[in-house]
Design a binder for this molecule. Structure first.
Ligand SMILES: [Zn+2]
Length: 296
């Protein structure tokens, strides 16, 4: 009798343990202040960003690791230490000349950091890419054995010469890179009209958050009473999401604002822990499981 009581207490506690989620910081990046909070009308926003004189402090480059019962899921892969190699970034490209600085040590790459928490990259079941910018795709080389999920529009937009012109580095992707193309279904998830459930339990969901790039997605983990929202670059801080301020590099600023409004609505109606990739406060919010406090 006593034993059974102890067992059920134990099971009760297990059921309430939150899923283990790691914030992996793969170095830092500085961009123009106007990239974080954009200024000016549509087509002028990118040139105004690059012409800006004020830089942000070095910001974290986060990737995320979910220790899910169905297998380890990684959201984005962070950056590579090769950014320090001369000529790694295309010198002819105005964004790399004027708009970004990155600092990554080899031990900060996602592979070594995963091993440090006892996870072999080969055991990662799938890698979900919010988008393919270099500071999210730079660590792909660590996952030759994982299924890598990218939306069709994202891969198309980032590939080839036009992809390079748009600021992606398709020539730096691993030779074996052949992601599973995801097309989000017109399956509504809260305020998001397009989504796809990635686990049998239905608790990890890709949602469409276009704007920063045309095929940008965010990933929601429904865990206990919280929704953990891996936001990619939908905004650079929680505050900017609450204020609905689009960044200064989104090619489609209306889509970016629409995605922010959908996230606001999601956070108004449920407890959402909002985790942008470059928000210095993201790791702390994850640790505290602190939900967005929407005004009003
Ligand atoms: Zn980005």
């Amino acid at each position: 009798m006593l034993l059974r009581t102890e067992t059920s207490t134990f099971e009760f506690r297990i059921a309430w343990l939150p899923m283990k989620v790691h914030a992996i910081q793969t170095g830092t990046v500085a961009v123009k202040e106007r990239q974080r909070s954009g200024t000016g009308p549509g087509p002028l926003r990118l040139p105004l960003t690059l012409a800006g004189r004020d830089w942000t402090d070095p910001l974290p480059i986060y990737a995320w690791v979910i220790e899910h019962p169905e297998g380890v899921i990684v959201v984005d892969t962070g950056e590579t230490a090769h950014v320090d190699d001369p000529g790694y970034f295309p010198r002819w490209h105005p964004y790399y000349r004027l708009g970004v600085k990155e600092w990554v040590e080899p031990e900060q790459e996602i592979g070594p950091q995963l091993r440090a928490v006892g996870i072999s990259p080969d055991d990662v079941r799938c890698v979900v890419m919010t988008h393919l910018h270099t500071d999210h795709a730079g660590g792909l080389e660590h996952f030759p054995k994982s299924e890598i999920l990218v939306t069709g529009p994202e891969l198309e937009n980032a590939s080839g010469l036009l992809g390079k012109v748009r600021g992606f580095l398709p020539h730096r992707w691993p030779e074996w890179f052949s992601p599973a193309l995801v097309n989000l279904e017109s399956a509504r998830f809260g305020p998001f009209p397009e989504s796809l459930r990635l686990t049998d339990a239905g608790d990890v969901i890709m949602v469409g958050t276009a704007g920063h790039t045309p095929g940008h997605v965010s990933v929601v983990l429904e865990d206990d009473d919280r929704s953990i929202f891996f936001a990619g670059d939908t905004s650079y801080t929680e505050r900017l999401m609450i204020e609905g301020k689009a960044d200064g590099v989104s090619p489609d600023v209306d889509s970016a604002r629409l995605s922010l409004r959908r996230i606001q609505e999601f956070a108004r109606h449920s407890a959402v822990v909002y985790l942008p990739s470059h928000d210095p406060a993201s790791a702390q919010r994850l640790e505290e499981r602190r939900a967005v406090a929407m005004p009003g």
